[in-house]
Design a protein around this ligand. Structure first.
Ligand SMILES: Nc1ncnc2c1ncn2[C@@H]1O[C@H](COP(=O)(O)OP(=O)(O)OP(=O)(O)O)[C@@H](O)[C@H]1O
Ligand SMILES: [Mg+2]
Length: 350
């Protein structure tokens, strides 16, 4: 199983949309996919057509009551399972404050299920708190959706710093693999400047031991597309809502690229276009349901704790298109997290 945390502490950049639609494309093509709603806003749960008020279990129970992961997941579409969330999840951070090993509860809960899925995608909340740390401790890959405007870059350094801390202390297998440009408008010059700056920054890390040294901007950006904004209110993926729009086209291609990297030996053409009828003929089964054992090769070893060095956590990130005054402000707001449990929410991207 490949576990991918979809992460950006900035709000409204496209995390949930990305999780839903990449997962739907992968599942429709035959991969077994489980998506985890790790955001108390429960947008992932809603986007897949489930009202959070009717959710009695889900990620909150897995984190706080040691409920078995497989008993809490629901089959929402063929090959697509959901660990739902509701507002209770907001209390998980404070309830777990004195629990030893609270950052690795999810990882441990998912261990027995690693062979049963091909992919696990985690929809992180727009914060760097305990929920996100659990996601990062359980994941191998990080996908960062990013809206390429100036505000999107604020906090990028802090995000990478957090990944690096988790990589050093809890999960040495954790790597930032992909940056996905969302709500992309190629006509805006700033968009291209920001894109070039990020590409250059990532390139400069190649060959280093930084956890983002292999990260690349995915070559297919997700174009701004009104259908993507409309689909969640119908509880539908973009392939169910409007399978021929730009949004569907872009997410299908991104899913293909990710699949080709995660399972290079599996033929890429297994990703057939999703047909609306196929998806609609099988309504969500909201009873707990266990998947069958893994059909694709296991590729990642289990994670192990690692030693750390506080002094190695400096992150020199320089974004050229930001003015010196803006960089000063950026520097001011980019203190290092002193504790793993520090929460930093940034809604400025909404
Ligand atoms: N490519 C796109 N074009 C147009 N609208 C989009 C696109 N991607 C996402 N949206 C819309 O933008 C809003 C924010 O997207 P989304 O909920 O995926 O972001 P998020 O990062 O998960 O937000 P949060 O941090 O609050 O969880 C939603 O209304 C979504 O429907
Ligand atoms: Mg979201």
């Amino acid at each position: 199983m490949r576990t991918i945390a979809v992460l950006n502490q900035k709000g409204g950049v496209g995390k949930t949309t990305t999780v839903v639609n990449i997962a739907a494309a992968l599942a429709a093509a035959g991969s077994r996919v489980v998506v985890l709603d790790f955001d108390p806003q429960a947008h992932l749960t809603i986007h897949l057509g489930l009202e959070p008020q009717v959710v009695e279990s889900g990620s909150y129970k897995v984190l706080t009551q040691s409920a078995e992961f497989e008993q809490q997941i629901m089959l929402m579409r063929p090959n697509l399972w959901l660990l739902p969330a509701n507002i209770n999840l907001v209390g998980a951070e404070s309830e777990l404050v004195s629990v030893v090993g609270r950052e690795t509860i999810l990882r441990e809960a998912m261990l027995p299920s690693r062979d049963k899925f091909d992919y696990c995608l985690i929809d992180c909340s727009p914060s760097l708190g305990l929920l996100t740390l659990n996601a990062l401790a359980a994941a191998e890959d990080v996908l960062i959706p990013l809206q390429p405007h100036f505000l999107a870059l604020r906090g990028f350094g802090k995000l990478l710093q957090t990944v690096e801390l988790v990589n050093k202390r809890i999960n040495p297998n954790l790597k930032v693999k992909w940056v996905l440009l969302c709500m992309f408008d190629g006509r805006a010059s700033l968009t291209n400047e920001v894109k070039d700056d990020i590409a250059q920054f990532l390139e400069s890390a190649q060959g280093t031991d930084r956890p983002w040294s292999e990260a690349k901007i995915l070559p297919v950006p997700i174009r701004r597309n009104i259908k993507l904004a409309e689909a969640p209110s119908y509880g539908k993926t973009i392939f169910e809502y409007e399978e021929n729009c730009h949004g569907a086209e872009d997410y299908r291609k991104v899913a293909e690229l990710i699949h080709a990297q995660c399972y290079p030996s599996a033929p890429v053409e297994i990703l057939q276009p999703v047909t609306v009828n196929e998806m609609q003929e099988q309504p969500p089964d909201t009873s707990a349901s266990s998947p069958q054992p893994d059909s694709q090769a296991e590729q990642q070893p289990d994670t192990q704790p690692a030693e750390t060095d506080e002094n190695q956590n400096q992150l020199p990130i320089e974004i050229k298109s930001i003015s010196p005054e803006q960089q000063q402000q950026e520097g001011d707001s980019e203190e290092q997290p002193s504790e793993f449990t520090q929460t930093t929410t940034d809604q400025s991207g909404t």
